[in-house]
Structure formats: C-alpha cells, structure tokens
Design a protein around this ligand. Sequence first.
Ligand code: PSV
Ligand code: MN
Ligand code: MN
Length: 387
Amino acid sequence: MFSTQAIERLDQQAIEVPSWAYGNSGTRFKVFAQAGVPRDPYEKLADAAQVHALTGLAPSVALHIPWDEVDDFARLVDHAESLGLRIGTINSNTFQDDIYKLGSLAHADADVRQAAIDHHLRCIEVMHATGSTDLKIWLADGTNYPGQDDMRARQDRLAESLATIYERLADDQRLVLEYKFFEPAFYHTDVPDWGTSYTHCVELGERAVVCLDTGHHAPGTNIEFIVTQLLRLGRLGAFDFNSRFYADDDLMVGAADPFQLFRIMHEVNRGGGFEAGSDVVFMLDQCHNIEAKIPGQIRSVLNVQEMTARALLIDQDALADAQGRGDVLGANEVFMDAFYTDVRTALADRREARGLPRDPIAAYAASGYQAEIERARVGGTQAGWGA
Ligand code: PSV
Ligand code: MN
Ligand code: MN
C-alpha cells in the first residue's frame, strides 16, 4: 500500500508525549481521580515508556516545570534512558502563582517580570541537565477588560523579557513560543496568534520558532494554512496536538476532526516537515479527564500515525497534474481518495514486521501493567492542570 519512502517516514515517526497526560486532570468543575496514576516524574516516565514500547512511536517525553522538578535531573535522565526514552521539550509555567495574576513576562511591574525571567532561567538549567534542546513558552498573559492595561506597552515589555531569556540559551537550544487566542485572559492575550508569535521570533533570532497548538484557534480557522505559512518561513518549531469541539478542550488528537489532522499532515509533508533533518517537534498536549490515560495516549499517537499514513498516500503527481490543469473536481478527488483509505490493517502489518504488537491497545490491556500500578501506587498526583 505504501511507497518505500512512505514506509521510511512512518518507521521514523516520533511523537513526543507530555508528562502531564499521565496525572489526574479535569475541568474547573471536577477532577476525577484515577487509580494507579503516577506519584512523581519517575512514574510518569514509566507510564510513557509503555506507550513507546507498544507503538514504537513515542521516544521522548516533555516535562513541565515546576510540575516535574526533581532533586537530581541526572538520575531522571538515567531513568528515562533505562526505559528507552529521552527527555524532550521543557515547558515553562508562569500561570499558577499569585504574583502572575496580571501577567508574567509582560507584567507592568519589573519585579514580577524578573521573577518570570528567573523561572525561565531555571528551565534552561533543567535543559542543560537533561539534554533538552527546546524551551517551550506559553504565557497566560493578557487582560480581561478594555483599558485594563496598555496593550502596546505590554508588547514592548514582552519583547524585552523574551530577549533576556533568549540570550541565555546555548547555541543548540531553541525558544519555542506558543500562541493562544484566549483563556485564561478573555479580552486580549499578549501572544494570541501565529503572526504575533512569528514577529517576536524574528526579532529574537534564528533559534526562536513558533509552537502551533491545534486547540488554540478560533473555531473555523484554517490551521493547515498556518502550517504551510510557518513551514515556508522556516519557523514552525513544534506542534501541540489535541482536538477540540468548542475551545481549548485538550481532547485526544484526531478524535474530533480526523480530516483536519489529515489536512495538517499533508501540509507538513508538502513543507518538508517529515524529511530527515526537519526539526519540527510533534508533541501531544492533552489531558485525559474521563478516559484511561495510558490507552488514551496510545490511541492518540496511533491517530497521528494513521492520518500521517493517509496523507503520505496522496498521489502527489496526480494532484499536481489536476491542479495544473485547473481540474477542480479531479484534484479534490485525488485528495479525498487518500483520506478515505483505511490504513489500519497495513499499519498493523508494519508493526508486526517491526516486532511490535498488531493491536497496541489490546496488548496494553493484556500486559497486566495497569493492575500492577493500581496495586503499587497509592496517592497519585494531579497533573497540575485543570483543577
Ligand atoms: C495552554 O493552554 C497550554 O496549551 C500550554 O501548552 C501549557 O503549557 C499547557 O496547555 C498545559 O497543559
Ligand atoms: Mn499547548
Ligand atoms: Mn492549551
């Protein structure tokens, strides 16, 4: 079914999982605790290792600081390696402390800005200790009411704070700036869209790139166009994948709109994002509020793989030919043919050929791991999110 090149790309596909997907999470109404959730970052890595062992798709884990602070990061790295994993992106957090009520890197008060900068410098230390090359910054900064603060001055303060952090990165480290159009701020956010993120990145330098979280756009936004544009500009640093029906729902990627995921993967392919040497990071940013967490992560990475496989099936020559002839219906048909192709059996065959289980979710259920962690772990932690 697949070309040799497509098989190569699928075999090399790597999806980063977030440490916070394994802890308890919920909404502002209720956090539903689950049995056996990890009690510390070591156990989060152990759970993530299950996802990788059963799918071959998830070799790295993103950390969130301070949720994943440990005394000895060298020990955490050893632990990750012993599980066949590595530490990926380090995510900063300036959204849970009282001092950040009115913002962090864009705050009017220089002391608060400095505290937020210092937190990022701590994240850079963690990057050095773990070998991580990406510092992901998402800011809750913004305002709730018109006139509440000077939007223009906030941009200037933000640019200055980001520059201070950027200067401290090593040559092989990147600053990845994530945007979000609303929430928790409801009138304006200081990095609401890809254009604002891009503008700051260009001002900072070559190692500043944009993170596109699929849940961070207004309904109806053509996200794949943004993918195209950022890849053209060489500034698509990372994805935070999840899916949404209404707002930043953080549901499993590919669950709400698999066709959108397919369209995104097609543009990634067109823009060279699957080629060897591409530095686009494909990360999940999800919370499993009611579904089981490890199977939820397995389902998610498989969804990404399935839509990648379908996108790689698009007959590029036939598509270009139809487009060149102005054959509107013909081009659309080529595109939809690939989308409607069921790749699940072919991917199961490929997994089997690679020594992986044909059905990773069934293999997880049969493994006894869930029963073991439910027995061994008492008092698992909250993900730090959604309380
Ligand atoms: C904010 O909504 C966000 O998408 C950022 O990436 C945070 O770091 C993450 O969620 C926390 O789950
Ligand atoms: Mn995100
Ligand atoms: Mn989000």
